[in-house]
Design a protein around this ligand. Structure first.
Ligand code: GDP
Ligand code: IMO
Ligand code: MG
Length: 424
């Protein structure tokens, strides 16, 4: 039975939530393996909008097992808020499990995320300020607090005392911030542990057993390839591995479990937060795309930067993720523009032309996008029912795009709703 991975191929917000929701209708298990509540995945069903941050998008199907793997960092306060808001809307969370190895976002992680961004001044990363970087730092420093600790009060109290003291010293003496009352934090987190104990289970074992039983498994990527800590635009990245390969370590399964890898992209490009963006449109066309596409962050509400489709970055994603196919969302947003452009390569300052995304910001500096132009389309395509019924100009845009990135486009999104997808 298939085990699909869905990953973002640009800088996030490609509409992964929508694609996962559609594929989850055929899945028995949906697994999140990295990132945290820095993600914001939107699912729209008949006008009902769900914005999910930590909980897998499969939660909207009552019989789907939803798993949060060891590689995820979990903010218990936010997680409980998300559980409550789903339950208030009649969505059961009974089929949700969290791995005991998952690291917990502590309040000092959020504070330190904000303080270190402030300290960086103009060269800040533009993080979501959800404490993601500092939580992964402690994980790799080997002083993190995990889901298991959260539900074992005596272990939790001990760990809060030892790490909390050091964090308080850093916050007060390095940054001049305010110390946390560690007893109050302990009490607060013990209460979260009591509430969350019933969700704890070994996600590696559950996924392995589901795979052996021939169940259909979906791995839900968060963030995206260009935000990967190694293969993204470092240091303007997140602190996890959003790549397809990250799924195996983040869940605790071997690569042979995976049968299919789907990349999600927009028909143009967006980025929220700082960092390089070669095809960025700092003009009226960029504003039009932002307004028409509703390009404002799902998690932070920040306006997203907008630009033309960049085949260089998606080609990079096809390679580093080993993509089998692509889903291209938001083609409908491009309707009404006179001309469309796709970046096919970068021209380097010495006049040479490169087709592979450069490994460092220094290599990227001075690169100029080389564009191919297309005549735009004006039709409202949001009610189209098949790819073959799309206007000729839309079809040739998608066909050229798949040629340029070297990967077949099997799904095309023409609106936010579950139903607004054309499968090829
Ligand atoms: P994710 O983080 O990749 O899951 O994406 P987000 O949910 O953060 O952002 C994608 C936004 O685009 C959401 O508001 C979706 O409802 C919306 N969306 C997804 N696919 C389409 C599409 O094909 N057309 C339009 N117009 N909107 C879409
Ligand atoms: P989804 O899953 C878009 C960006 C932040 C910032 C950088 C580091 O919805 O696609 P962090 O808080 O992770 O330390 O911030 O990464 N970022 C995202 N951008 N979509 C996301 O998730 C993102 N998650 C993090 O804006 O530039
Ligand atoms: Mg998002």
């Amino acid at each position: 039975m298939p085990a699909n991975i869905v990953v973002g191929t640009q800088w996030g917000d490609e509409g992964k939530g929508k694609i996962i929701d559609i594929l989850a209708s055929r899945a028995d298990v949906v697994v999140r393996s990295q990132g945290g509540n820095n993600a914001g995945h939107t699912v729209v069903n008949n006008g009902e909008v769900y914005k999910l941050h930590l909980i897998p998008s499969g939660i909207l199907y009552p019989n789907t097992l939803c798993l949060i793997g060891a590689g995820v960092v979990l903010d218990p306060k936010d997680f409980i808020g998300e559980l409550d808001s789903l339950e208030a809307r009649g969505i059961s969370t009974a089929n949700l499990k969290v791995d005991p190895r998952a690291h917990i976002v502590m309040p000092w992680h959020i504070t330190l995320d904000g303080l270190s961004e402030e300290f960086r001044g103009g060269s800040d990363i533009g993080t979501t300020k959800r404490g993601i970087g500092p939580t992964y730092m402690d994980k790799y420093e080997r002083c993190g607090i995990r889901m298991y600790d959260l539900v074992h009060p005596e272990v939790l109290a001990e760990k809060i005392k030892s790490t909390g003291n050091l964090k308080n010293k850093i916050i007060t003496e390095v940054y001049g911030g305010e110390a946390f009352d560690l007893d109050a934090v302990t009490e607060e987190y013990i209460a979260y542990g009591k509430r969350l104990a019933k969700y704890m289970d070994d996600v590696s074992v559950l996924t392995f057993e589901a795979s052996k039983a021939g169940k259909n498994i979906m791995f839900e990527g968060a963030q995206a390839t260009l935000l990967d800590i190694d293969f993204g635009t470092y240091p303007y990245v997140t602190s996890s591995h959003p790549l397809s390969a990250g799924v195996c370590v983040g869940t605790g399964v071997g690569p042979k479990v995976i049968s299919n890898i789907i990349g999600v992209a927009k028909a143009y490009t967006t980025r929220v937060g700082k960092g390089p963006f070669p095809t960025e449109l700092d003009d009226e066309i960029g504003d039009t795309i932002r307004e028409k596409g509703g390009e404002f962050g799902t998690t932070t509400g920040r306006p997203r930067r907008t630009g033309w489709f960049d085949a260089v970055i998606v080609r990079h994603s096809v390679r580093v993720n080993g993509l089998d196919s692509l889903a291209i969302n938001k083609l409908d947003t491009l309707s009404g523009l006179d001309t469309l452009k796709i970046c096919t390569a970068y021209k380097m300052p010495d006049g040479s032309v490169i087709e592979n995304f450069p490994p460092t910001l220094e290599d990227l500096a001075g690169c100029e996008p080389v564009y191919e132009e297309f005549e735009g389309f004006n039709e409202d395509i949001s009610k189209c029912t098949s790819f073959d019924n799309l206007p000729e100009k839309c079809q040739s845009y998608i066909k050229r795009l798949e040629e340029l990135v070297g990967c077949p486009v099997k799904m095309v999104g023409i609106g936010p709703d579950r139903s607004q997808i054309l499968e090829r």
